[in-house]
Design a protein around this ligand. Structure first.
Ligand code: SIN
Length: 485
């Protein structure tokens, strides 16, 4: 019997886990526009939050998730997340994944911001995401077809408005291809690179979300961006993340005069929820402070954080001597995305979204630390289950749009767009800068631009997103103003 075909865009944890769930019964194709490990999943330093310590319980994890999310979370989604977490850990353990342990073989639990107790499981110190992503890729059976360096350029529908295929571009030679599919899963992550200063992988330009917008899929909370307080900065540029787990081990935020910046700001001080810490740092920066993470209280820094150590060494940062790391807040995570139900289904039949690309409402307005890898596992399994329950009743015929001639639009330079986005969609926003961004985008008429390579596609996708995000941020600003009247 011919198997139904599933296409998955994105090879991070959400996409890879779904591929594994479906590999036996479906013809599974997974696409990544870059290298297999170029994802935010592989960069994740913190770990996976799960109530598996004998003194912990899912209810406590539930409470912490809601408090961090300002109670704007979808509570049903949070309940699923925290209740599934121990099962995910148990399954990974059964399959042979090893989380860090004490010398006596007991699990080691890390602490991160806004958690009421240490509950973060990690691997290889700060390499959890990398090791988990590799682990999943290593388990792909030969039947999973892995298309690397091939970027989806558009989603194709059939005459009934159901997803029927994708168009792609092979990034090395610029050749275009068409693939039919019965089910399409977007797992392309968030939007970090739309900002210049971000913890995100270079490949994270919101492609999946932009393509979904193009076919009219419902999106939500697109301006709900989490800024991580501690991005390592060298020569004025964000280089990468310094995990919150470092503060969980006793590091504190100080200014150039060694004044503690968080001590008086929140009962949890340096381990306050991320949005609180980022706002305090943002204000301190505007007041002229230079910010450092003081790591003098962290024992065995290099053993606990080998990935961060390698990043600092690569940039010749003298942290061993100074015991300080220069940091600033930067874009980290998108709470919104393509609207889905709790089984990953979007408003377009046979289109699914999972992981950071999806908006289930699970994170509210501020994600709790180390809930993102957990989200990827929990909701990819649910999407796979939903696909197994959904039989495609007919042979789909994708409508291939005709090539449009005489397109006149232009695309902005990436750095110029990123700067406009930083001004408009940063930690503090105003109607003026948001409208400036929208006017800037309008001058380009970017949807009318002939795109012929990966760089142009990324820039077009970033423009599509920037416009939607600015619209959403304006609505949010107006809502707040109305509430305050
Ligand atoms: C971190 O390690 O600080 C980031 C973890 C996360 O985003 O949850």
């Amino acid at each position: 019997m011919v198997k139904e075909k599933v296409i998955i865009l994105g090879a991070g944890i959400a996409g890879s886990q779904t591929a594994l769930e479906l590999a036996q019964d479906y013809d599974v194709h997974i696409f990544t526009k870059s290298d297999p490990l170029a994802s935010n999943s592989a960069l994740a330093q913190g770990g996976i939050a799960a109530a598996v310590h004998p003194d912990d319980e899912p209810l406590s994890h539930y409470r912490d998730t809601l408090i961090a999310g300002h109670f704007e979370n979808n509570r049903k989604a949070v309940r699923l997340l925290v209740e599934e977490a121990p099962h995910i850990i148990e399954e990974l353990h059964r399959e042979g994944f090893i989380f860090d342990q004490t010398s006596k073989g007991k699990l080691l639990f890390g602490l991160e911001g806004a958690h009421s107790m240490p509950r973060i499981l990690h691997a290889g110190g700060d390499q959890t995401g990398l090791l988990l992503t590799r682990f999943l890729h290593d388990h792909f059976p030969a039947t999973v077809q892995f298309h690397q360096h091939e970027m989806a350029t558009s989603i194709l529908l059939d005459e009934y408005g159901h997803v029927a295929g994708i168009r792609t571009l092979t990034t090395k030679d610029g050749h275009c291809h068409f693939y039919h599919c019965d089910h399409l899963i977007i797992a392309t992550g968030g939007i970090g690179q739309i900002f210049g200063s971000t913890s995100n992988d270079l490949s994270i330009t919101g492609d999946g979300i932009a393509m979904a917008i193009q076919i009219g899929a419902r999106v939500s909370d697109l301006s709900a961006i989490q800024f991580h307080p501690t991005l390592y900065f060298a020569n004025g540029h964000a280089v990468g993340l310094v995990s919150e787990a470092v503060r969980g081990q006793g590091a504190v935020l100080v200014d150039q005069n060694d004044r503690r910046l968080m001590a008086e700001e929140h009962p949890l001080a340096d381990l306050a929820p991320r949005d609180v810490v980022s706002s305090v740092l943002f204000r301190a920066q505007n007041a002229g402070c230079t910010i450092f993470l003081d790591i003098s209280a962290v024992t065995d820094f290099e053993t606990k954080f080998p990935q961060i150590t390698a990043m600092l060494d690569k940039n010749q940062e003298p942290f061993r001597l100074t015991k300080k790391i220069p940091v600033q807040p930067g874009a980290h995570f998108l709470m919104g995305g393509i609207s889905t139900n709790l089984s990953g289904q979007t408003s377009i039949p046979d289109l699914y979204a999972i992981g950071e690309a999806a908006s289930t409402g699970v994170h509210g307005s501020n994600r709790l630390a180390s809930n993102s890898l957990l989200e990827a596992f929990v909701f990819s399994k649910r999407a796979a289950d939903q696909i197994k329950r959904t039989k495609v009743a007919y042979k789909k015929m994708a409508i291939i749009p005709k090539k449009t001639k005489g397109l006149q639009g232009t695309l902005p330079e990436k750095a110029v767009l990123q700067e406009k986005v930083r001004q408009a969609l940063g930690i503090e926003r105003s109607e003026k800068t948001l409208n400036d961004l929208l006017c800037f985008l309008a001058t380009h008429s970017f949807l009318n631009c002939q795109v012929t390579n990966k760089d142009m596609l990324e820039r077009r996708n970033m423009c599509i997103l920037a416009a939607k995000m600015a619209d959403n941020a304006l609505v949010q600003l107006q809502r707040v103003e109305t509430e305050m009247r």
